[in-house]
Design a protein around this ligand. Sequence first.
Ligand code: SF4
Length: 479
Amino acid sequence: MRVVRLAHETDLAGWREAARRLRAEGVAPEDVFWAVEGGGNLFAADITSEVGVGQADAGEGFTVSRDFVAVAERAVLNRSDERFGLLYRLLWRLKDEPRLMRDASDADVWRVQALARDVDRAAHKMKAFVRFRAVRDAAGEAFVAWFEPAHRVAEATAPFFVRRFANMRFSILTPDVCVHWDTQNLGFTPGADAAAAPRADSLEDDWRTYYASIFNPARLKVDAMTKEMPRRYWRNLPEAALIPELVANAQDRTRQMVAAPASKPARRIAGVPRAGAAGPSDDPPQSLEAVAAGVSGCRRCDLWRDATQGVAGEGAGAARIMFVGEQPGDQEDLAGRPFVGPAGQLFDRALAQAGVPRDAVWITNAVKHFRHELQGKRRIHKTPSAGQVAACRWWLDAERALVRPKVIVALGASAALGVIGKATSVGKARGAPISLADGTQAVITWHPSYMLRLRDAAAKAAAFEGFVADLKSAWSLAA
Ligand code: SF4
């Protein structure tokens, strides 16, 4: 057994050097044990020799694909003990199987991609859940946060925090490594423990006020919420203290909201945006909660004026498939949730017949506020304009970037415009997958309300059958 002692837990350079040497010497993956300095038991009885790391590279020349390098850079940040051995096994095989990384059904490829995905998820959570506390030192005000990432992503996410808080002195303390930014230089020091972080400050009241104001009881799905905001992060989130009470009161508050008459939009002076207005230069939101909060304060087009509230998407935060409708209808506008009205109920039936679990998908709309006109006391749906769909694409793109579905199903022409970016005939494009620039597949089909409008029972039944078939094939495409 050959042993490689790497300098630290994310020592990709050391791994690369040792791996090349071992590969050149023909040492098979099962004969190598990968250890990290200070990492404990090395099965000493089996060791025949150690492979030096830190000397000149003695490996033979053999290049690997960019796919492998990209996935290795992420997978190495995973806390799994198997990562270095798995990467070496892939490297070993790549010489004879140069297209291996494209074979998603291969067990090793699948596994390394899963490790990399977990790392991406941990980085995403870190960007969303770091909460700073204000401190003062000799140089003035600074901000310190304590965070325990699921994987070793503190260094990899540091540039994000620098971009976001360029003018703020901050430190992010984690058990792996601490990140420091003094508005000029980025530095790292060894990991710390929670006791080194400052205690609660007044910023936490602001977080709690903000969270309570964006919490919508009608949109509450505890499973989806805990998936998006896993409990392991709660102890460092000031707003998490509010969750049990908000959840306990959600049903009562929803009943009150639905029973209350729709509120009239407040009068405002034309041309003056409200606080929280989203402008074209804003950074894209970093979490689905931020999308929901952003939608409720959005003024990118004029639809917010006459709607009760903005309705963001809901469902599984890492869904393989995303359904995009046109806009919230009358009932969705009141409830604050997508697809809860008659079209939503028909959609639920179609999903059930197609074998697609609703809680495994992400459901949203191309436009997040209800466009309508008043006829007497009734609010009659009005198709959103191309300009409104284009304005709201900011939020749809943000949801796409965060959920990262494999397949997006556009329900109707407005949804197709939002997803594909150009007017498309549903009749002509229906059912055939379209490859989008970001690698996702789009499938266009009818909006459920189309079937509700059909008068002829036979035509309605045939359309419903076709709709279910479209959902089924999109679901298989996403598998
Ligand atoms: Fe903003 Fe979309 Fe609402 Fe227009 S419809 S105000 S773009 S969220």
